[in-house]
Write a protein that binds this ligand. Structure first.
Ligand code: BES
Ligand code: ZN
Ligand code: ZN
Length: 475
């Protein structure tokens, strides 16, 4: 991938393709027939002269414009121009100096596409974005440069983890994920520790080991630390499910769309992305990221329905369905976060349940927390970043569904309310530590991409959490 050069200037240099944003009700540029362009959000019109292209993009009505309106409009325009083969693009943001960050994010996120392997490069006519110019007035240059830089870091890291996320199960095993985390951390001020199977067994990570034992690719626990805050401040722990492929195990899944379970690792990749971006942005916070990773396969030594597993802190799990594996590896990782780091809060990301997709669809992730302040911070961060979340309950009442006769809990309850019961399951291992569970099963990837993105892994959770950290998640 050639690197992308971003510059913030007052007028275009060279002859980039120009993107201009249009607010409904303002005067159309000369020669544009009103029946061809109505200025609704995402509505586009391509104008050409001899030397370059101008793409007009609608934003809708003025008083409804939010950061995400610009983010999506810029993404839609860039995706469109890249399909036409563009390489250099200029965004006219003179009228929107406060939305420079959102527009830069939209442009960079739209420029990522998973190329696959062994495809004929000659047939790929899609342009690769090499230069992005941001146009603003002279007195906005400083403000715009700060926004552009932060947005560039957040979106570039997001694309990095989308690239890893889109690797299929045969190319990304838990061990390979750990190696990639180590490589990426080495370039930054991050420390990494990786538990191999032997160390997991030595230290009592019974949940991660149980889920991983059906696969010939052994499990890992990846722990990253970033210390940008005051030495004595307790860190925030971020925990992410990274099941590199989820067949369901002995309780095997049906065949249809099972390939999508290569994206069952996106919670873990969100955590990796947040740590990478925090280091690049030099955020003044202390973070620890914990990524339990396993492949859930049927196999001669696979864990089975009926098994009773002892997790790191001694709590036990009666396995009634080996397809409810995410919560089992998360149990160990959350317990380790609590016991080893005494964090001020634990935030956990997982493609945990099909039920949350039934409840909320693909646009919003389920947000489960009993902490009002954390809930408000994440809801606001969702609105600001376009990574929307919706509060769902994790009351005591849901615990009843997972009580077991033979263990602390069982890993499935009844179908009714199962996204909430699953949330109350993982919360158990956080004990008294303030806890947030984000069920990203509907938002972590897309097979029906919107106009401003390509399909595949979305990187959901990275920009959301960076915004939450800036808004005081850390205290
Ligand atoms: N990874 C899946 C959840 C999932 C399903 C994510 C569909 C995205 C799309 C998870 O491990 C799982 O299989 N959950 C089961 C739990 C059930 C057995 C209680 C589910 O949701 O069906
Ligand atoms: Zn599963
Ligand atoms: Zn899963």
């Amino acid at each position: 991938m050639p690197t992308l050069k971003i510059d913030v200037r007052t007028s275009p240099q060279g002859s980039p393709d120009l993107i201009t944003f249009f607010v409904k009700g303002s005067a159309l540029p000369a020669g544009v027939p009103p029946e061809e362009f109505d200025g609704a959000p995402g509505n586009i019109l391509l104008l050409r002269d001899k030397t370059h292209r101008t793409l007009l993009v609608g934003l809708g009505e003025k008083d409804k414009i939010e950061p995400d309106t610009l983010r999506r409009a810029a993404g839609t325009a860039v995706k469109h121009l890249l399909k036409l083969g563009s390489k250099e693009v200029a965004l006219d943001l003179v009228p929107f100096p406060d939305h420079v960050g959102a527009a830069v994010e939209g442009a960079i996120l739209a420029s990522y596409k998973f190329d696959g392997f062994g495809k004929d490069p000659a047939k790929n006519t899609r342009g690769v974005l090499t230069r992005l110019q941001i146009l603003v007035n002279e007195h906005e240059l400083t403000n715009a440069r700060v926004q552009a830089r932060d947005a560039e870091i957040a979106a570039t890291v997001t694309n990095t983890i989308r690239g890893i996320g889109n690797l299929p199960g045969n190319m990304l095993t838990p061990a390979i994920l750990a190696e990639k985390a180590q490589e990426l951390a080495k370039e930054r001020t991050l420390t990494v520790k990786v538990w191999t199977e032997r160390h997991l067994a030595r230290d009592g990570f019974g949940g991660i080991l149980a889920v991983g034992r059906g696969s010939v690719h052994p499990p890992r626990l990846i722990v990253l630390e970033y210390n940008g805050g005051p030495k004595k401040t307790a860190p925030i722990a971020l925990v992410g499910k990274a099941v590199t492929f989820d067949t369901g195990g002995i309780s095997i899944k049906p065949g249809a769309q099972m390939d999508e379970m290569k994206w069952d690792k996106m919670g873990g990749l969100a955590v990796l992305g947040i740590l990478l971006a925090a280091a690049d942005l030099k955020l003044p916070v202390n973070l620890v990221g914990l990524i339990p990773s396993a492949e859930n396969m049927p196999g001669p030594d696979a864990y089975r329905p009926g098994d009773i597993i002892t997790t790191l802190d001694g709590k036990t799990i009666e396995v009634l369905n080996t397809d409810a594996e995410g919560r089992i590896i998360l149990a160990d990782a959350i317990a380790h976060a609590r016991l080893a780091y005494k964090p001020s809060a634990i935030v956990e990301y997982s493609t945990l349940t099909g039920a949350v997709v039934m409840a909320l669809g693909f646009r919003r992730a389920g947000l489960f927390t009993s902490e009002e302040k954390l809930r408000d911070v994440f809801v606001a961060a969702g609105k600001a970043t376009g990574e929307l979340v919706w509060p769902l309950p994790v009351d005591e009442e849901y615990k009843e569904a997972i009580l077991s006769e033979v263990a602390t809990v069982k890993n499935i309850g009844s179908r009714e309310g199962s996204a909430c019961a699953s949330a109350s399951f993982v919360k158990l291992w956080a004990e008294e530590t303030p806890f947030v569970h984000l069920d990203i099963a509907g938002t972590a990837w897309t097979t029906k991409p919107p106009a401003h993105l390509e399909g595949g892994a979305t990187g959901f959770g990275v920009r959301l959490t960076l915004a939450a950290l800036r808004a005081g998640l850390a205290g």
